[in-house]
Design a binder for this molecule. Structure first.
Ligand code: BTN
Length: 279
């Protein structure tokens, strides 16, 4: 019989409440989407930082209005959660990249550059986590959905507070790739001992650190670390508007640089998707 999952919500609360006054963490058996539920709560008066973890989502969402389907039906086959915090960065550009980088680094401890750590977690601009290597084709490990909301600050007549909701979805156990645009990867390929609670425990505190660092410094200091995991750099890519070129890394604001026959293209729009062109 499978061991019951032990979710580290109490430990996370202990670690984060001193830094995030009013912080609460909740495990939901089922919800449409943890991002949608955070947004609903923010609109109806939630005024403290919040972590929502779901065993199941019935209407998980990805970028550009796409659906996010979790791996399998077993609780713990996927990790799905959202973190909602007030945040006031000078610019929001690159936040989704910073969150993906943080999740990748937290799940796969950095190894010396010369060593071959396989498979490795790579980042596909702007918000996908891919597994590369390990004897198979590239496969999607997970994704990040960053949304923001402007809310009237409590007890204030006019001032608004800006909130960010960072949603993270990760495949933990193998899943069918049926209906997916690319094969699915999972954390068990990195280490079969991973389970969803352990992955949650590993990433939440680093995400809070990364959000606070982003608020102070933006994306620019993260460019080299992103470059080290960039899944697209040097590859021919096609944009959803039909343009093509060679991916040339990301700029200090997180915009994807693409070298096309017509010159350099900067892709920063959240409405543009990018795919490597397979040879
Ligand atoms: C993507 O691949 O475009 C992003 C996927 C993000 C999925 C996570 S699962 C938890 C949170 N709730 C959602 O509805 N979406 C995010």
């Amino acid at each position: 019989m499978n061991e019951p999952l032990r979710w580290p919500l109490e430990d996370l609360w202990q670690a984060l409440a001193p830094r995030l006054p009013g912080f609460s963490a909740e495990l939901l058996a089922s919800v449409d989407s943890t991002n949608t539920e955070c947004m609903r709560r923010l609109r109806t008066g939630q005024s403290d930082p919040l972590l929502l973890v779901a065993l199941a989502q019935t209407a998980g969402r990805g970028r550009m209005g796409r659906a996010w389907q979790s791996a399998g039906t077993e609780p713990g086959a996927a990790l799905t959660f959202s973190l909602a915090l007030p945040l006031a960065p000078r610019s929001w550009s690159g936040l989704s990249l910073a969150m993906g980088l943080c999740v990748a680094q937290s799940l796969q401890a950095e190894l010396p550059a010369a060593s071959s750590c396989e498979p490795r977690i790579a980042l596909k601009w702007p918000n996908d986590l891919w597994l590369q290597g390990g004897g198979g084709p590239e496969r999607k490990l997970g994704g990040i959905l960053v949304e923001t909301a402007s809310l009237l600050a409590p007890n204030a007549v006019s001032s608004t507070a800006r909130w960010v909701v960072v949603g993270v979805g990760l495949n933990v156990a193998p899943r069918s790739s049926e209906g997916l645009s690319m094969p699915a990867g999972c954390l068990h390929e990195l280490d079969p001992r991973w389970d969803a609670p352990a992955a949650l425990g590993r990433v939440v505190e680093p995400l809070v650190n990364a959000l606070q660092a982003f608020e102070a410094q933006g994306f620019a200091p993260l460019v080299p670390a992103f470059a080290a995991r960039d899944a697209l750099v040097g590859r021919v890519v096609r944009l959803s508007d039909g343009r093509e070129g060679v991916a040339a890394g990301v700029g200090p604001d997180g915009a994807l640089q693409v070298q096309s026959a017509a010159g350099q293209i900067e892709v920063s729009s959240a409405e543009v998707s990018v795919r490597p062109v397979m040879p």
